[in-house]
Design a protein around this ligand. Structure first.
Ligand code: PHE
Length: 451
């Protein structure tokens, strides 16, 4: 425990955790969910959940990691031997996410190459994206490239290099996203889009929206899958835990918000706020952004820059996903690093191919209107993560007690200003809420009743 290598200082910790948190979840997933679930309604629910649920869970996970100096599977077990199962359950989440994350990563690489070869204008047509993902081998090829790049980085252990590069890239990504969204807002019709994005409407409030926002929160902040426990295990005792959590949350949420600002008003500009377009799901960013770039001066170059930055943001997240899975197999079966990496890459390949084909030859396989990729996404974000989060709350609230976490937060004389909120959230509100959400989401997906 003592000789675990540490992040140097608070900035190092915040940047590393933000590297895992900021990724496709913010840029690709958040905007399409917000578009689909009523814009401002989704946004406000998300923000409320972030400062209550998100804050409490992230504090708990990082504190558990720092206290034990272990990653998820070992950490829960070390604190109470009956809770070893929770680490195993948490470990399942990245195993499900990583393959389809790499499929989407492949789409981003494809769009980068499209703009690089000056074909941005073609990509702006309505049919382009569907034609691409509907293919058999092409999307798999791009998926392989993204997965291969992640695997090589993890295998060679050169994450540090990537993290260094992404420390430059992230601020540029923020600025570019800001610039693109400001540009979008100047277009005709954009203000209707802005209004849709920021104004909540009571009529859109529903259990489904809350569930979607909650799943997104877990996903985007890399919660309920043991990753933050691992990050916490590397955190120094003299780094302020509470303010680190706040900074990660603000950073992650700000980027998601900006991504929405860049994509949602564009739906109103280019498709007149067509409800079908708003609810188009995973394809939204890939359909809208080329239209935005095509309408801009120097759009092709901006497209190249944008997609390369997104590739880096996605890579730092996929690396943290793969690292987690590799260390799970290494700890469990005592494999060497190389064998574990190869095994995980092949596993991701096998699990990822159906997600990719689900938009083409396997598109007849659907469940409750969801494609294979959506089903994997639903299973991890709307089923497994709420379960892991629920047991984490029970574990902290009733087994090790919130005070254990609070004491860890207060190490080295730090204050814990959110302690009262934390206690109520962990013991009562979060677990009750999670049970309600979980039951209703499964019931809905099974078609027992419609929400
Ligand atoms: N949080 C990442 C994103 O928003 C996705 C991710 C999930 C990364 C889980 C690591 C672990 O893209």
């Amino acid at each position: 425990m003592k000789n675990r290598s540490n992040f140097s200082g608070k900035l190092g910790f915040v940047l590393a955790a933000a590297g895992s948190a900021v990724g496709l979840g913010n840029i690709w997933r958040f905007p399409y969910l917000a578009a689909q679930y009523g814009g401002g309604t989704f946004l406000i629910i998300y923000l409320i959940l972030a400062v209550t649920f998100g804050f409490s869970l992230m504090v708990a996970e990082i504190a558990i990691g720092r206290k034990t100096g272990l990653s998820a599977i070992g950490a829960f077990k070390a604190l109470d031997s009956r809770f070893g199962f929770l680490g195993v359950l948490a470990a399942l989440v990245p195993i499900i996410i990583f393959p389809y994350y790499s499929v989407i990563g492949g789409w981003v690489v494809k769009y980068f190459s499209v703009f690089l070869t000056g074909q941005g204008a073609q990509a702006a047509s309505d049919e382009y994206f569907g034609g691409f993902v509907g293919g058999t081998f092409e999307p798999i090829g791009w998926f392989l490239i993204f997965l291969g790049a992640t695997a090589v980085i993890v295998l060679l252990g050169v994450e540090k290099g990537i993290e260094k590069v992404s420390k430059f890239m992230m601020p540029i990504l923020v600025l570019l996203t800001l610039g693109i969204s400001v540009y979008c807002l100047t277009l005709d019709g954009a203000l209707d889009g802005l209004a849709y994005y920021v104004q909540p409407h009571m009529a859109d409030f529903s259990v489904k929206t809350i569930l979607a926002a909650m799943g997104q929160l877990f996903y985007s902040m890399s919660l309920a899958m043991g990753i933050m426990v691992t990050y916490g295990s590397y955190m120094r005792k003299d780094t302020s835990l509470e303010s680190s959590v706040r900074q990660i949350e603000i950073f992650d949420t700000a980027i998601a918000f900006l991504a929405g600002l860049m994509i949602i008003p564009a739906v109103f500009v280019f498709s007149g706020g067509d409800p079908k377009m708003l609810s188009s799901g995973p394809s939204l960013m890939f359909v809208m952004l080329p239209k935005v770039f095509a309408s801009m001066p120097m759009g092709n170059i901006i497209g190249v820059a944008f997609f390369v930055l997104v590739i880096f943001a996605a890579l730092t997240s996929s690396i943290s996903l793969m690292e987690t899975i590799v260390s799970i197999f290494r700890d469990k079966f005592h494999w060497g690093r190389k064998n574990a990496c190869i095994f995980v890459a092949v596993l991701a390949l096998i699990l990822g191919i159906p997600s990719s084909l689900g938009f083409g030859p396997l598109s007849f396989i659907t469940w409750s209107g969801m494609t294979i990729l959506d089903i994997m996404d639903f299973t991890s974000n709307s089923v497994l993560m709420p379960i892991v989060a629920f047991f984490t709350c029970i574990f902290v609230g009733y087994v090790i007690k919130p005070k254990t976490i609070a004491d860890e937060v207060r190490e080295n004389g730090a204050k814990f200003t959110g302690e009262k909120l934390f206690n109520v959230m962990i013991k009562w509100i979060t677990p009750i809420f999670l049970i309600l959400i979980l039951v209703s989401s499964v019931a809905n997906a099974m078609g027992w009743f419609k929400l």
